[in-house]
Design a protein around this ligand. Structure first.
Ligand code: CAA
Ligand code: NAD
Length: 309
């Protein structure tokens, strides 16, 4: 309500900005997050175009979606294998792929970006898409840590730009952080909120602050665990066991950092260090930087703090 009042004061009204019903979604980036979001959007009846830089990466993304869908089907359609197969095929049919982001944005209700956590690269992407997408199209970023205001500044649709922050693994994690900047219209915010609900998620409203809610708490915790280990105050295995059995977390911090991606974890800290160089919570971590430099990015590359098959 306070947010709406704020918009009315700024001169927005329901007659000047429209609610967008999101039927078609263009997702830029078919990695862990983009593929997961594509899966849940398609499974809930939306048509999706998934964009990445090569056909090989897109094939890998579709294979991942199929594998994850099979896990969902096994559980949801345990007694009805035929209905499960039908759901699987229908969901896969809702997903098309492209290596041409601008062409994919030509006819879409929502562009949701899930590419590398780098401000300049995200801005360049959105600047290009702003010229290609229709007037009504809403833009959203799945950024973990970058200000939505900074990303949106590369476009001319500040009122139709927000944050939609999903969690990994997307098919399982129930939360979506919906982020409004001071320019996001109420209609855009409502459309993003409704879209999250249509995907079966629970949305929370967030201010455009570093890391929103979850990552502002979670990433410093992950970083502290690595520093604790680097000081020689605990093995990674013991720290993981301790946080699982002592704090009831489903994964220990090293398992989770590997799961998120050590590159993404590092990029989040890098961005925050740049903004707040004296904040010890965001300080650089030599061990993390070393693993990333060696290409050990976690589960997605087969090795991070741990090795994966
Ligand atoms: N697709 C579909 N289903 C999946 C899945 C996937 N990718 N991964 C797990 N599941 C399902 C399984 O089928 C299983 O279902 P049932 O229990 O009904 O059989 C269930 O999830 C549990 O999976 P597992 O038994 O394989 O393994 P688990 O019990 O260890 O759970 C986990 C796996 C859900 C990932 C759990 O370990 C967990 O919740 N970990 C923490 C994840 C977390 O904190 N994510 C947030 C990261 S931060 C972030 O995302 C924000 C950011 O910007 C960095
Ligand atoms: P990822 O490395 O798994 O995937 C990124 C994908 O984007 C890759 O497939 C890459 O080829 C593709 N890509 C890069 N540049 C592109 C371009 N110009 N055009 C099209 N595709 C391009 O990364 P991820 O873990 O999926 O993270 C993606 C975004 O989501 C990041 O902003 C990250 O901070 C955020 N995020 C990550 C997590 C997580 O747990 N990993 C959770 C929430 C949000």
């Amino acid at each position: 309500m306070a947010f709406f009042t704020h918009l009315v004061r700024r001169g927005f009204s329901s007659s000047t900005v429209r609610n967008v019903v999101i039927k078609h979604v263009t997702i830029i980036g078919g990695g862990q997050m983009g593929a997961g979001i594509a899966q849940v959007a398609a499974a809930t009846g939306h048509t999706v175009t998934l964009v990445d830089t090569s056909d090989d990466l897109l094939k890998k993304a579709i294979k991942g979606i199929e594998g994850s869908l099979k896990r969902v089907v096994k559980k949801k359609f345990a007694d009805k294998p035929e209905a499960g197969e039908e759901f699987l095929q229908k969901t896969l049919k809702n997903v098309s792929t492209s290596t041409d982001a601008a062409a994919a944005a030509h006819s879409t209700d929502l562009v949701l970006e899930a590419i590398i956590e780098n401000l300049k690269i995200k801005q360049d992407m959105f600047s290009q898409l702003d010229k290609a997408a229709p007037e009504h199209t809403i833009f959203a970023s799945n950024t973990s840590s970058l200000p939505i205001t900074d990303i949106a500044s590369s476009t001319n649709r500040l009122d139709r730009f927000g944050g939609l922050h999903f969690f990994n693994p997307v098919p399982v994690m129930k939360l979506v952080e919906v982020v409004a900047t001071s320019s996001t219209s109420q209609e855009t915010f409502d459309s993003l909120l409704n879209f999250s609900k249509e995907l079966g998620k629970t949305p929370v409203s967030c201010k455009d602050t570093p890391g929103f809610i979850v990552n502002r708490l979670l990433v410093p915790y992950l970083a502290e665990a690595v520093r604790l280990h680097a000081r020689g105050h605990g093995s990674k295995e013991d720290i993981d066991i301790a946080m699982k059995l002592g704090a009831g977390y489903p994964m220990g911090p090293f398992e989770l950092a590997d799961y998120v991606g050590l590159d993404t974890t590092k990029f989040i800290l890098d961005g925050w260090t740049e903004k707040e160089p004296n904040n010890p919570l965001f300080a650089q971590i030599e061990l993390l930087n070393k693993l990333v430099a060696e290409g050990k990015l976690g589960k997605k590359t087969g090795e991070g703090f741990y090795k994966y098959k």
